[in-house]
Design a binder for this molecule. Structure first.
Ligand SMILES: NC(=O)c1ccc[n+]([C@@H]2O[C@H](COP(=O)([O-])OP(=O)(O)OC[C@H]3O[C@@H](n4cnc5c(N)ncnc54)[C@H](O)[C@@H]3O)[C@@H](O)[C@H]2O)c1
Length: 235
């Protein structure tokens, strides 16, 4: 029960990795707090909107007086999420803005809104969910890849900022995860996609005190997808 009573905020908590984390942490006795644009969330928060984040965070601090963990899960490939299904050179500017805003600006906003509380309490962990696309680049997800790469700079910078105050920031970069059946078709060296629990186990480890010496690192968890290079990506 390592996470008992810990205040854990998860963006993108209504689906996929975020939902599994939300449920798992609850089972472990934590105070899981979900931020999502989906109405079932504890807080209706669009991570593109700083005021919505700030208001929700102020309410959480009022209720619990602390924030132990923030996990930035909200994200996705704009061309898929917005149903444009077009290559970058035909993608609308609205889709590109969505991609950068949700995948990069959102985690920056979440950090800005929460890190002062963590600094004050001299503890806390921020976890950014990247993607293997941010490591390898992707011809089919350009704004997504660029935003996920950007998260690495955010992770390192927050790690440096937080270190004197015992605040850690870490990142994971998953390959295909079975949050959607079509992810099973993406090639990896291990010839399968990850089960959502395999990704959540790593995140939970990084959030725990067992990972107390880890900060600023990006963990690639991709079944070897990043070893395959361009040919692999296009298969
Ligand atoms: N599934 C994969 O194969 C995979 C692989 C690599 C990285 N990732 C990353 O992991 C994270 C979670 O992926 P998933 O597949 O579990 O996602 P998902 O699509 O199942 O869930 C994303 C959640 O984010 C929410 N969301 C979308 N826009 C939002 C906004 N503006 N504000 C707040 N919430 C918003 C959605 O409502 C949804 O609940 C994402 O950042 C994604 O890029 C996923």
């Amino acid at each position: 029960m390592e996470f008992k009573d810990k205040v854990i905020i998860i963006s993108g908590s209504s689906s996929g990795i975020g939902k599994k984390l939300y449920d798992d942490f609850k089972v472990e006795g934590a105070r899981s707090i979900g931020f999502d644009i989906n109405e079932d969330a504890d807080y209706l928060v669009d991570v593109r909107d700083y005021k919505m984040i700030k208001d929700a965070i102020e309410d959480v601090i009022k209720k619990y007086q602390r924030i132990d963990v923030v996990i930035n899960c909200a994200g996705g490939n704009s061309s898929r999420v917005l149903n444009e299904n077009k290559p970058f050179n035909e993608l609308s500017i609205e889709a590109i803005n969505w991609g950068v805003d949700v995948n990069l600006r959102g985690p920056i906003y979440m950090a800005r809104a929460t890190i002062n509380q963590m600094i004050k309490q001299e503890s806390g962990v921020i976890v950014n969910i990247g993607s293997v696309s941010g490591v390898t680049g992707s011809s089919t997800a350009v704004d997504y890849s660029a935003s996920k790469s950007g998260l690495e700079g955010l992770t390192k910078s927050l790690a440096l900022l937080g270190a004197p105050h015992k605040v850690r920031c870490v990142m994971i970069s998953p390959g295909p995860v079975l949050t959607r059946p079509d992810m099973a078709n993406m090639p990896t060296a291990l010839n399968r996609a990850a089960d959502t629990s395999e990704i959540c186990d790593l995140i939970k480890y990084l959030c725990s005190d067992k990972a107390s010496f880890i900060t600023g690192s990006n963990y690639i968890i991709d079944g070897g997808r990043s070893l395959g290079g361009r040919k692999h990506e296009q298969k």
